[in-house]
Design a protein around this ligand. Structure first.
Ligand code: FES
Ligand code: FES
Length: 152
């Protein structure tokens, strides 16, 4: 019997060992490679996904614990082929450098924009404490988040 999960609205089954980190199941079984295993210690945020709506490092979650949860990866955040507001703002602000951190940044900022539409610059900074950008591109990322918040 496999592990059943709901990922980006699809009901999927994996035969992975139940203790396999969710990030590896996403990437290897379902070819959802947006979440990236970088530190594997819950520190960098490159593997961030939404689990039941909450940003969660998928490197720390055994796949078995993700069963029955609503999992959303960066691949599932653009509805009907249109970028969501934070994706569009990051593009408009030319905020991407190497891009390694970006799937996690998009997940965390999508959560912020949907739950805190009144968020301030400090709120944005706080929301990104779990996301490390090795290119240190934080200012443009924060400017993009402010743009997305200000865009009706
Ligand atoms: S790889 Fe999961 S937090 Fe860094
Ligand atoms: S853009 Fe390179 S790690 Fe953030």
């Amino acid at each position: 019997m496999g592990l059943s999960m709901t990922i980006n609205g699809d009901h999927l089954t994996s035969t992975a060992d139940p203790v396999t980190p969710l990030v590896d199941v996403l990437r290897e079984d379902f070819h959802l490679t947006g979440a990236k295993p970088v530190c594997r210690e819950g520190f960098c945020g490159a593997c961030m996904v939404l689990i039941d709506g909450n940003p969660t490092p998928s490197c720390l979650i055994p796949a078995a614990l993700a069963q029955g949860c609503d999992i959303r990866t960066v691949e599932g955040l653009a509805a009907n082929g249109r970028l969501n507001p934070i994706q569009a703002a990051l593009e408009a602000c030319d905020a991407v450098q190497c891009g390694m951190c970006f799937p996690g940044m998009v997940v965390s900022l999508t959560h912020l924009l949907t739950t805190r539409p009144e968020a301030t610059r400090d709120d944005i900074r706080a929301a990104l404490t779990g996301n490390i950008c090795r290119c240190t591109g934080y200012e443009r990322i924060i400017e993009a988040a402010l743009l997305a918040l200000a865009t009706p």
